[in-house]
Design a protein around this ligand. Structure first.
Ligand SMILES: [Zn+2]
Length: 233
Protein backbone atom coordinates (compact mmCIF):
# COMPACT_ATOMS: atom_id res chain seq x y z
CA UNK A 1 0.00 0.00 0.00
CA UNK A 2 1.17 3.47 -0.77
CA UNK A 3 1.08 5.59 2.38
CA UNK A 4 3.63 8.25 1.43
CA UNK A 5 1.15 10.35 -0.53
CA UNK A 6 3.32 10.04 -3.63
CA UNK A 7 1.64 8.78 -6.78
CA UNK A 8 2.24 5.05 -7.40
CA UNK A 9 4.38 5.69 -10.47
CA UNK A 10 6.85 7.51 -8.22
CA UNK A 11 6.68 10.71 -10.25
CA UNK A 12 7.20 14.10 -8.63
CA UNK A 13 4.13 15.78 -7.14
CA UNK A 14 5.80 19.17 -6.97
CA UNK A 15 4.13 21.89 -9.01
CA UNK A 16 5.99 24.64 -10.76
CA UNK A 17 3.01 27.01 -11.04
CA UNK A 18 5.00 29.80 -12.64
CA UNK A 19 7.04 30.79 -15.66
CA UNK A 20 10.76 30.12 -15.60
CA UNK A 21 13.00 32.00 -18.02
CA UNK A 22 16.46 30.78 -18.99
CA UNK A 23 19.02 33.38 -20.04
CA UNK A 24 22.45 32.38 -21.18
CA UNK A 25 24.88 32.50 -24.08
CA UNK A 26 24.78 29.89 -26.85
CA UNK A 27 26.71 26.77 -25.84
CA UNK A 28 26.31 27.30 -22.07
CA UNK A 29 23.84 24.40 -21.76
CA UNK A 30 20.71 26.47 -21.23
CA UNK A 31 18.58 24.55 -23.77
CA UNK A 32 19.43 21.21 -22.12
CA UNK A 33 18.62 22.54 -18.66
CA UNK A 34 15.38 24.19 -19.77
CA UNK A 35 14.20 20.86 -21.19
CA UNK A 36 15.30 19.00 -18.04
CA UNK A 37 13.40 21.38 -15.77
CA UNK A 38 10.26 21.18 -17.92
CA UNK A 39 10.47 17.38 -17.81
CA UNK A 40 11.00 17.37 -14.04
CA UNK A 41 7.80 19.35 -13.43
CA UNK A 42 5.84 17.93 -16.35
CA UNK A 43 5.26 21.37 -17.89
CA UNK A 44 5.78 22.58 -21.48
CA UNK A 45 9.19 23.68 -22.70
CA UNK A 46 8.45 26.75 -24.80
CA UNK A 47 10.98 27.65 -27.44
CA UNK A 48 9.86 30.50 -29.68
CA UNK A 49 11.73 28.90 -32.60
CA UNK A 50 9.75 25.66 -32.20
CA UNK A 51 6.51 27.60 -31.75
CA UNK A 52 7.10 29.51 -34.98
CA UNK A 53 7.87 26.32 -36.91
CA UNK A 54 4.72 24.71 -35.49
CA UNK A 55 2.54 27.67 -36.48
CA UNK A 56 4.00 27.56 -39.98
CA UNK A 57 3.49 23.79 -40.30
CA UNK A 58 -0.16 24.11 -39.19
CA UNK A 59 -0.75 27.09 -41.46
CA UNK A 60 -2.18 29.27 -38.67
CA UNK A 61 -2.71 33.01 -39.39
CA UNK A 62 0.45 33.72 -37.36
CA UNK A 63 2.39 31.07 -39.28
CA UNK A 64 1.29 32.52 -42.63
CA UNK A 65 2.65 35.92 -41.57
CA UNK A 66 5.88 34.54 -40.11
CA UNK A 67 6.86 32.17 -42.91
CA UNK A 68 8.11 34.67 -45.53
CA UNK A 69 10.04 36.59 -42.85
CA UNK A 70 11.80 33.45 -41.65
CA UNK A 71 12.46 32.34 -45.23
CA UNK A 72 14.29 35.60 -45.84
CA UNK A 73 16.39 34.80 -42.76
CA UNK A 74 15.13 37.88 -40.92
CA UNK A 75 14.05 38.19 -37.29
CA UNK A 76 10.31 37.80 -36.82
CA UNK A 77 8.90 41.11 -35.48
CA UNK A 78 8.15 41.43 -31.76
CA UNK A 79 4.42 41.90 -32.34
CA UNK A 80 4.15 38.45 -33.96
CA UNK A 81 6.28 36.68 -31.37
CA UNK A 82 4.36 38.26 -28.49
CA UNK A 83 0.98 37.35 -29.97
CA UNK A 84 2.19 33.79 -30.41
CA UNK A 85 3.43 33.56 -26.80
CA UNK A 86 0.17 35.07 -25.50
CA UNK A 87 -1.85 32.43 -27.37
CA UNK A 88 0.42 29.59 -26.35
CA UNK A 89 0.28 30.20 -22.60
CA UNK A 90 -3.52 30.11 -22.71
CA UNK A 91 -3.46 26.47 -23.76
CA UNK A 92 -4.51 24.01 -21.04
CA UNK A 93 -1.09 22.34 -20.71
CA UNK A 94 0.32 25.63 -19.38
CA UNK A 95 -1.91 25.73 -16.27
CA UNK A 96 0.85 24.49 -13.94
CA UNK A 97 3.57 26.69 -15.37
CA UNK A 98 6.03 26.56 -18.27
CA UNK A 99 9.66 27.04 -19.13
CA UNK A 100 10.85 29.59 -21.71
CA UNK A 101 13.95 28.95 -23.76
CA UNK A 102 15.15 31.81 -25.97
CA UNK A 103 12.44 34.23 -24.85
CA UNK A 104 12.28 37.06 -23.94
CA UNK A 105 15.09 38.42 -26.07
CA UNK A 106 14.61 42.14 -25.51
CA UNK A 107 13.55 44.39 -22.64
CA UNK A 108 10.40 45.28 -24.58
CA UNK A 109 9.47 41.58 -24.77
CA UNK A 110 10.27 41.14 -21.08
CA UNK A 111 8.07 44.08 -20.07
CA UNK A 112 5.21 42.70 -22.11
CA UNK A 113 5.68 39.26 -20.57
CA UNK A 114 5.58 40.72 -17.05
CA UNK A 115 2.17 42.26 -17.80
CA UNK A 116 0.91 39.16 -19.60
CA UNK A 117 1.78 36.87 -16.67
CA UNK A 118 0.13 39.24 -14.20
CA UNK A 119 -3.03 39.36 -16.36
CA UNK A 120 -3.18 35.57 -16.34
CA UNK A 121 -2.75 35.38 -12.57
CA UNK A 122 0.71 33.80 -12.58
CA UNK A 123 3.34 34.51 -9.95
CA UNK A 124 6.19 36.72 -11.23
CA UNK A 125 8.58 34.85 -13.53
CA UNK A 126 11.74 33.33 -12.18
CA UNK A 127 14.84 34.05 -14.24
CA UNK A 128 17.80 31.68 -14.30
CA UNK A 129 20.92 33.32 -15.68
CA UNK A 130 23.74 31.06 -16.93
CA UNK A 131 27.05 32.63 -15.98
CA UNK A 132 30.26 31.31 -17.51
CA UNK A 133 33.74 32.70 -18.21
CA UNK A 134 33.69 33.70 -21.92
CA UNK A 135 37.14 32.12 -22.49
CA UNK A 136 35.96 28.80 -21.09
CA UNK A 137 32.77 28.95 -23.14
CA UNK A 138 34.74 29.64 -26.32
CA UNK A 139 36.96 26.62 -25.60
CA UNK A 140 33.91 24.44 -24.98
CA UNK A 141 32.35 25.38 -28.29
CA UNK A 142 35.44 25.50 -30.51
CA UNK A 143 36.69 22.19 -29.02
CA UNK A 144 33.52 20.36 -30.01
CA UNK A 145 33.91 17.57 -32.59
CA UNK A 146 31.17 15.33 -33.97
CA UNK A 147 31.49 11.78 -35.33
CA UNK A 148 30.54 11.66 -39.02
CA UNK A 149 29.12 8.13 -38.56
CA UNK A 150 27.15 8.03 -35.31
CA UNK A 151 26.97 11.71 -34.36
CA UNK A 152 28.72 11.24 -30.98
CA UNK A 153 29.99 14.50 -29.52
CA UNK A 154 33.56 14.88 -28.23
CA UNK A 155 35.58 17.80 -26.98
CA UNK A 156 39.27 17.89 -27.83
CA UNK A 157 39.98 19.73 -24.53
CA UNK A 158 37.48 18.25 -22.06
CA UNK A 159 36.43 14.88 -23.52
CA UNK A 160 38.96 13.85 -26.16
CA UNK A 161 38.62 10.57 -28.11
CA UNK A 162 41.12 7.80 -27.26
CA UNK A 163 42.57 7.96 -30.76
CA UNK A 164 43.34 11.21 -32.51
CA UNK A 165 40.20 12.51 -34.25
CA UNK A 166 38.55 9.07 -34.50
CA UNK A 167 35.32 8.06 -32.74
CA UNK A 168 35.77 5.59 -29.82
CA UNK A 169 32.62 3.68 -30.86
CA UNK A 170 32.86 3.23 -34.58
CA UNK A 171 36.18 4.76 -35.65
CA UNK A 172 34.26 7.41 -37.57
CA UNK A 173 36.02 10.60 -38.53
CA UNK A 174 35.45 13.51 -36.14
CA UNK A 175 34.70 16.90 -37.59
CA UNK A 176 34.04 20.41 -36.40
CA UNK A 177 30.72 21.91 -37.42
CA UNK A 178 31.19 25.12 -39.42
CA UNK A 179 29.19 27.09 -36.82
CA UNK A 180 31.59 26.03 -34.06
CA UNK A 181 34.62 27.74 -35.62
CA UNK A 182 36.11 30.56 -33.59
CA UNK A 183 35.54 33.21 -36.28
CA UNK A 184 31.80 32.42 -36.19
CA UNK A 185 31.40 31.79 -32.45
CA UNK A 186 33.43 34.80 -31.22
CA UNK A 187 31.21 37.46 -32.83
CA UNK A 188 28.05 35.52 -31.91
CA UNK A 189 29.01 35.52 -28.24
CA UNK A 190 29.83 39.23 -28.33
CA UNK A 191 26.49 40.00 -29.99
CA UNK A 192 24.76 37.94 -27.33
CA UNK A 193 26.44 39.92 -24.53
CA UNK A 194 25.43 43.25 -26.06
CA UNK A 195 21.85 42.13 -26.54
CA UNK A 196 21.37 40.45 -23.17
CA UNK A 197 22.97 42.97 -20.82
CA UNK A 198 19.89 45.24 -20.64
CA UNK A 199 17.64 42.20 -20.15
CA UNK A 200 19.78 40.94 -17.26
CA UNK A 201 19.71 44.44 -15.76
CA UNK A 202 15.92 44.59 -16.11
CA UNK A 203 15.34 41.34 -14.22
CA UNK A 204 17.99 42.19 -11.62
CA UNK A 205 16.16 45.45 -10.91
CA UNK A 206 12.92 43.50 -10.44
CA UNK A 207 14.74 41.15 -8.05
CA UNK A 208 13.88 38.14 -10.23
CA UNK A 209 17.40 37.23 -11.41
CA UNK A 210 19.13 34.10 -10.10
CA UNK A 211 22.55 33.01 -11.29
CA UNK A 212 23.91 29.52 -11.90
CA UNK A 213 27.54 28.63 -12.43
CA UNK A 214 27.31 27.18 -15.94
CA UNK A 215 30.95 26.04 -15.90
CA UNK A 216 29.89 23.05 -13.76
CA UNK A 217 28.73 19.66 -15.04
CA UNK A 218 25.23 19.13 -16.46
CA UNK A 219 24.12 17.32 -13.27
CA UNK A 220 25.55 19.98 -10.99
CA UNK A 221 23.89 22.80 -12.95
CA UNK A 222 20.62 20.86 -12.84
CA UNK A 223 20.90 20.71 -9.06
CA UNK A 224 21.59 24.47 -8.89
CA UNK A 225 18.52 25.18 -11.05
CA UNK A 226 16.24 22.99 -8.89
CA UNK A 227 17.54 24.67 -5.72
CA UNK A 228 16.66 28.07 -7.15
CA UNK A 229 13.18 27.01 -8.26
CA UNK A 230 12.37 25.28 -4.96
CA UNK A 231 13.63 28.20 -2.90
CA UNK A 232 11.85 30.91 -4.89
CA UNK A 233 9.09 33.09 -3.55
ZN1 LIG B 1 30.95 7.46 -33.90
Amino acid sequence: MNTSGAPPDGKSVEHLDRAVIFLGPPGAGKGTQAKELAKHYGVPHLSTGDMLRENIAKGTPLGIKAEPVMKRGELVPDSLVLKMVAQRIEEPDCTHGFVFDGFPRTVAQAQYLTILLRQHGYKPALVVHFVIDPKLLLRRITGRRMCKVGGEIYNIYERPPKCDLRCDHDGGELEQRPDDREEIVGPRLQAYERQTEPLVAYYRRLGRLHEVNAAKSVDEVKRQVLDIVRGAR
